[in-house]
Write a protein that binds this ligand. Structure first.
Ligand code: JFZ
Length: 425
């Protein structure tokens, strides 16, 4: 099976919400009085909690404050175009109604509701594409899944194959059958899986929903797009379709003591970092055991959204910077006949761009359409030298993360990569 799914929505989306939500929200980073320095959703493995003991969290899981519409609205208001939520993380617990495993939120908790069903509806209403995170390799609840060597010291390839056949594939079938169109399956940590098995899972997903993408971490470079490492920012524009991902504090799954929230300005910068390399940004939130996204997250998402409503043209459906080097003052994204300059650090009263061959039509500030900036150009054919000088307003008159919009006069963006430093000709 080799059909190619439609990836345009994903390539243009640029910004999505990652949600890590599961039983680990109950210990919230603390076990027997000890705080884990590690990410919260790994608490079972970090403290080697026996599976049956960890499973007792299910009896206490009753997130009565969960409101799918609030989550969908938060994503929409933040300017996010898709949401990826944990259907099953490494702990093996299914966060939806599963007939395949009784270890699921409907059958094993007093909550009894299927949050994914509610999320699917909320996302549909908000116009947000939905994807499911599914840990296909690690499963600390099952003898055949990888990762739990304290309950199950011996692992065999046969047991793993059996786990794939008896849990993973039938659960993927449920997830791809019962929740409407699914944008992507976010597989993760391919540590045990063979290339054949990765291919089999990808084909399995395709056969059920031909347009559903699979993440880079399905294993063996078989994903429909590439995933960066956690919180990793590439140094140069990337070819192909990529997704970067990051935490809003220091953990994916909720930790009560982690309050290192990245500032709104920092989040916008990260968005610019990723967009300037041509990659999406999947920004994570970790709702707590009552079902609430922590208010400091909600606030920041709202502020990013406010910024995006004004500056979204520099983000959605843009391409990477045409330059394969970075600039000391910020980053660049491009539209068809436009460059967007993200001013992270104000360069002073003048900003120089070397190597833009096209004449410039006009330069404005995205957030202040009535303001046009003065500029001058110097173009030489030999030695292919081009210098654009932009006169900037006083930095005190502009908001942080200002975007300059440079419109080319001939509808093109043609760049000489070999810019001539600052030597004037
Ligand atoms: C994985 C998970 O183990 C983690 O719990 C979380 O879900 C995160 C999004 O993904 O952790 C990883 C996986 C890959 C890398 C780092 C952490 N990596 O490639 O750098």
């Amino acid at each position: 099976m080799n059909n190619v799914p439609d990836m345009r929505w994903f390539a243009e989306a640029r910004f999505g919400m990652f949600v890590h939500w599961g039983l680990y929200a109950i210990p919230a980073g603390t076990w027997n009085g000890l705080d884990t320095p590690w990410v919260g959703e790994w608490i079972m493995r970090k403290f080697k909690i026996p599976r049956l003991e960890y499973a007792k969290f299910a009896e206490k899981f009753n997130p009565v404050d969960f409101n799918a519409r609030e989550w969908g609205d938060a994503a929409k208001e933040a300017g996010m175009k898709y949401m990826v939520i944990t259907a099953k993380h490494h702990d093996g617990f299914s966060m939806y109604r599963s007939r395949v495993s009784a270890y699921n939120i409907v059958d094993a908790t007093p909550f009894k509701r299927d949050p994914l069903e509610e999320i699917a509806e909320a996302c549909r209403e908000a116009g947000i594409r939905l994807g499911f995170y599914y840990s296909q390799d690690q499963d600390w609840y099952e003898p055949g899944g990888s990762g739990n060597d304290w309950d199950f010291p011996t692992k065999t390839p046969e047991a793993f194959a059996n786990y794939l056949a008896s849990k993973v594939k039938p659960q993927l079938k449920e997830l791809l059958t019962n929740y409407g169109p699914i944008g992507l399956i976010w597989f993760d940590t391919p540590v045990t899986i063979t290339a054949e098995q990765s291919k089999e899972l990808k084909d399995w997903v395709r056969a059920i929903q031909p347009d559903c993408l699979v993440s880079g971490r399905v294993g063996h470079s078989l994903g429909d797009y590439e995933s960066l490492g956690d919180n990793q920012i590439p140094g140069m524009p990337l070819n192909g379709v990529w997704e970067g991902l990051g935490t809003i504090n220091g953990t994916w799954g909720y930790k009560a003591h982690d309050r290192q929230w990245k500032s709104t300005r920092k989040l916008i910068r990260i968005l610019g970092e990723f967009a300037s390399k041509g990659t999406n940004y999947l920004l994570n939130v970790g709702p707590d055991a009552t079902g609430k996204i922590p208010p400091p997250c909600v606030r920041r998402l709202r502020e990013v959204g406010k910024w995006l409503r004004v500056n979204g043209d520099a983000v959605y459906a843009t391409s990477a910077s045409p330059w394969n080097h970075e600039f000391p003052w910020g980053r660049i994204t491009t539209g068809k006949d436009k460059m967007y300059l993200w001013l992270f650090d104000w360069p002073g009263r003048e900003l120089f761009i070397y190597g833009l061959r096209n004449p410039v039509k006009e330069i404005g500030i995205l957030a202040a359409p009535e303001t046009k900036l003065d500029f001058s150009e110097q173009h030489l054919n030999h030695p292919d030298y081009h210098k654009l000088t932009i006169r900037l307003p006083d930095r005190r008159r502009v908001k942080p993360v200002t975007i300059l919009e440079i419109k080319s006069a001939n509808g093109k963006l043609d760049i000489n990569q070999r810019a001539y430093g600052s030597a004037d000709f």
